[in-house]
Design a protein around this ligand. Structure first.
Ligand SMILES: *Cc1c(COP(=O)(O)O)cnc(C)c1O
Length: 386
């Protein structure tokens, strides 16, 4: 039986033609495909500005810097995320702390956030930036977080790496609420450019700063030049930036993928709905749904419910892998990593994230997954849990 991965890129002939056209063109990088992709992405997400970068980690890094994160800053994020959600603040020398998750949504818990903010206000340790993560593609409680951000004076940098195509209160993720929002185009994500990412924001000054930081802090824009303009060759470095640029090859792929985004999204929604039906009645906790938001269904993550079965998550994982099903686990809580343990975090610090991790399994979900393959996954799970 062929291997069924947990995620798989979706590349069609149009994508290949789009990349090939760039290969035959004048620019492989820093050409017209990048602004075309940025404009299309910003339009689709009802965002004022979109700045494409080499990967979402780079986007998170320069978004932290642009939001003023530095060695004196405190940044909070969710422990149930990929390492980059926390590492980006460490790149700026900031102190990282975590807010435990809501066991139902698996996103950063609003109640835990409120309580932690109250304590931090008293202690004088309020965060500069909060990095909520739309886990599996389910948007966070962004409206309430916005109200808290305005009250306590922190910025929201949304890690929407999973949430391309998700919506909240009828609007696309990336359009509002957060000060900046980062999406990933890694090959396993919803839309891919192989490696790549984008930062959206409503703030033109923040977008300008992101553009500077993505390319060495360098500008040729007459409005930004500080010294005498000795000639048309003049460029100035006005910030310490990086080479975090995306290429035209990648942007062309992204633009082509964007044209199929809604169709791919609909397929994920249908497959997720079908999983709900196929798995109903098994000793599993299925992903939460909420009437005010729609997931992008980057992941279909279930929990082995230890109150209803003696079978362990490890045993279920092994049974699925033995059946050639590429089940995965998202995520090992960030604070339990050796690097973060050296910074002083301990197991037990964020019990909801740890409990979720102990039971979690991400099942295969991608647009080309067939109903027959999905049936195999469900049947294998049923047998493993029996
Ligand atoms: C994939 C991912 C990232 C990093 O994205 P890259 O584009 O690989 O740098 C960051 N945060 C989350 C939640 C992710 O899933």
């Amino acid at each position: 039986m062929t291997f069924i991965p947990y995620s798989c890129q979706n590349i069609d002939e149009d994508d290949i033609a789009a990349v090939t056209a760039v290969l035959r063109s004048e620019y492989l990088t820093q050409g017209p495909a990048i602004p075309a992709f940025e404009t299309a992405f910003a339009e689709r997400h009802a965002a004022g500005h979109a700045v494409a970068v080499s990967n979402a980690t780079a986007g998170l890094h320069i978004a932290c810097l642009a939001l003023g994160v530095g060695p004196d800053s405190i940044v909070w994020t969710s422990p149930n995320s990929f390492l980059a959600s926390a590492n980006c603040a460490r790149y700026c020398g900031a102190t990282v702390d975590f807010v435990d998750i809501d066991p139902v949504t698996r996103n950063l818990s609003l109640a835990a956030l409120r309580a932690k903010l109250e304590r931090a206000e008293t202690a004088g340790t309020l965060p500069k930036v909060l990095i909520p993560v739309d886990f599996a593609g389910l948007p966070c409680d962004l409206r309430e977080m916005r109200a808290l951000a305005d009250r306590y004076g922190f910025a929201i940098l949304e890690d929407a790496s999973h949430a391309t195509g998700a919506s909240y209160l009828g609007r696309p993720v990336g359009s509002a609420w957060a000060d900046a929002c980062v999406f990933s185009f890694h090959a396993v994500k919803i839309v891919t450019t192989a490696e790549g990412g984008i930062v959206t924001t409503r703030d033109p000054a923040l977008a300008r700063k992101l553009r500077l930081l993505r390319s060495h802090g360098m500008t040729r824009d007459a409005a930004d030049l500080q010294g005498p303009v000795e000639g048309p060759w003049v460029y100035e470095q006005v910030e310490l930036g990086f080479n975090y640029r995306i290429t035209d090859l990648q942007a062309a792929l992204g633009l082509s993928q964007l044209r199929r985004m809604d169709a791919m999204h609909d397929r994920r929604v249908a497959l997720a709905g079908r999983y709900d039906q196929l798995l109903a009645g098994l000793p599993l906790r299925l992903p939460a749904r909420a009437s005010d938001r729609d997931s992008s269904w980057h992941l279909y993550a279930v929990e082995v419910d230890e109150t209803r079965t003696p079978v362990t998550r490890a045993a279920v994982f092994a049974a699925l892998r033995a059946a050639n099903i590429g089940v995965n686990v998202h995520y090992i809580p960030i604070h339990t990593q050796p690097y973060y343990q050296r910074l002083g975090f301990r197991r037990g610090d964020f019990p909801a994230a740890e409990a979720y991790y102990a039971r979690a399994l991400s099942l295969p979900l991608f647009p080309a997954l067939t109903e027959a393959q999905q049936q195999v996954v469900a049947d294998t799970l049923r047998t493993a849990l029996a």
